[in-house]
Design a protein around this ligand. Structure first.
Ligand SMILES: NC(=O)c1ccc[n+]([C@@H]2O[C@H](COP(=O)([O-])OP(=O)(O)OC[C@H]3O[C@@H](n4cnc5c(N)ncnc54)[C@H](O)[C@@H]3O)[C@@H](O)[C@H]2O)c1
Length: 279
């Protein structure tokens, strides 16, 4: 009897985000794109945001893959662009249930070789973008959160590099570690003040995206002895389950955190790394 109940439940169509509106930063490619697709799959109306123009081919393609979604051009490092996006979302949808602060880039190299301008640029992309998205959309998320059983949800994309250090990765480590703790203090600030927004961070391991491939190309050029493919193969070998993640494996976890299935989760750090940090 019990098992047939479980089987019946599994067969039911999943639309756990039906009626919810979500905004994802950096959502045309890589992990952000997969997150947008997973949220749309679960029934959310997704606002895809990125740097490309509205009439560009990547935007047309993304909108065709996610019927009912919308696109806004948004440079996530610019406060005025976040404010313009907020006004547009308010005008078109009147609510926001889910904010995914996904934009990020990498920077590797020894401290002695890093330029201050490159450090600042990385912090703008990885950290300012999270602060700005949160600050700008907090009032709308809080207002919307009052209308749903378990409130709204912010998910910040950090990294395993926000949990453990690695040589030559100090700038990226610093930025992602900051996202991890910003998430926790933000979660506590909201909970302490009765603001109905849950805030959690996701920490992917090595994910096969344009960012990872470009980063390994840069590393190989600096190293001079290994190819980018050697480095990627090495990453797979040092991962306990012996492969890189596909972006959708991160997207599914974000969709769970965005949903009422994660109603008791706030201030959590969710590691999705094939076992890399389990050692
Ligand atoms: N790929 C990995 O292995 C990995 C691992 C851990 C964490 N992450 C994190 O996941 C997130 C996404 O990484 P990814 O690998 O998918 O990156 P990606 O470079 O493949 O895709 C990033 C997307 O963000 C957009 N973007 C870049 N700058 C922007 C800006 N200023 N404003 C708006 N959009 C902008 C790009 O156009 C692109 O569509 C980042 O925060 C990254 O640090 C990635």
């Amino acid at each position: 009897m019990v098992s047939s109940t479980i089987i019946t439940r599994r067969k039911m169509p999943v639309a756990r985000l039906k009626g919810r509106v979500a905004l994802v930063s950096g959502a045309l490619r890589g992990i952000g794109r997969a997150i947008a697709e997973c949220l749309a799959h679960d029934g959310a109306t997704v606002i895809i945001t990125d740097l490309d123009a509205l009439d560009s081919a990547p935007v047309t393609e993304a909108l065709s893959q996610m019927p009912g979604s919308a696109y806004l051009r948004l440079d996530a490092t610019q406060e005025s662009e976040w404010q313009a996006a907020r006004d547009e979302v308010d005008k078109r949808f009147g609510r926001l249930d889910i904010l995914v602060n996904n934009v990020g880039a990498d920077l590797t190299g020894k401290v002695q070789d890093l330029e201050l301008s490159a450090w600042h640029r990385l912090m703008a992309l990885n950290l300012d973008s999270v602060f700005l998205g949160t600050k700008t959309f907090q009032p709308m998320l809080a207002r919307t959160g009052e209308t749903t059983p378990y409130g709204s949800s912010i998910i910040n994309i950090s990294s395993i590099m926000g949990i453990v250090g690695l040589g030559d990765v100090s700038a990226y480590n610093a930025s992602k570690g900051a996202v991890r703790l910003f998430t926790k203090s933000n979660a506590l600030e909201f909970a302490d003040n009765g603001v109905p927004i849950r805030v959690n961070s996701v920490h992917p391991g090595f994910v096969d995206t344009p960012l990872l491939r470009k980063g390994m190309q840069n590393w190989a050029e600096r190293d001079g002895t290994l190819t980018a493919q050697d480095l990627i193969d090495g990453m797979a070998q040092t991962t306990p389950i012996k492969r890189l993640a596909q972006p959708i494996e991160i997207g599914k976890v974000v969709a769970f955190l965005a949903s009422d299935d994660a109603s008791y989760m706030t201030g959590s750090e969710v590691v999705v790394d094939g076992g890399w940090t389990a050692r």
